[in-house]
Design a protein around this ligand. Sequence first.
Ligand SMILES: [Zn+2]
Length: 229
Amino acid sequence: MGNDSDITNLPHVPGHELSGIVQETGKSVTRWKSGDRITVPFVSRCGTCPECISGNHQISDHQFQPGFSNWGSFAQYVSIKYADTNLICLPEEVDFVTAASLGCRFETSFRAVAAQGAVKPVQWVAVYGCGGVGLSAIMIAHAFAVRVIAVDINEKALDLTKSIGANFTINAKEYTDVVEVIFDITGRGAHLSMDALGSVTACSNSILCLRKQGRHVQVGLLAGDNFLP
Ligand SMILES: [Zn+2]
């Protein structure tokens, strides 16, 4: 079972996108029983602090991330605190592999596109970075009937975006000014743009390609050399 050591302290067990079957429950758990099929959000919460009560569990006073702040799911078992609050029931028709993608990349992208981005049909959305979270954002944006511009330097990733809803793709290696290309496509800039990569270049281009009153959502973590103090 996991403990509270974080990623900076070895030994550590990674694994933050997980789903599975409840094996055992703690004494205070009332909503779940052995055999239930579940997944969990990447940023798990306490459920009782003011942030949790306001629906912002990602900034819970007692947040934790299996695989980062706690031992994760690259193991036979993983323990999840505050299980009544954090476990999410899986319908039979959702398989475990699909379910494992929901708690981090899809949940994050949904909030970025639908809640923070508040997109409306036919608006323009630019997504910088077409990895797990960027591809999820494109699928979600497509579901909201917005027009998507995908930006990456990997042609294979860009090809994939076309099959999941991107209307335009930009290989950033082929242009000196990605922002100009986005203005050429959209006329007045993007309504919503997001850095789904976490780089200074993607972040600044994402802000610069916005139209007046457009909105930038920073999804990628600006860490290491890309840390902005
Ligand atoms: Zn909380």
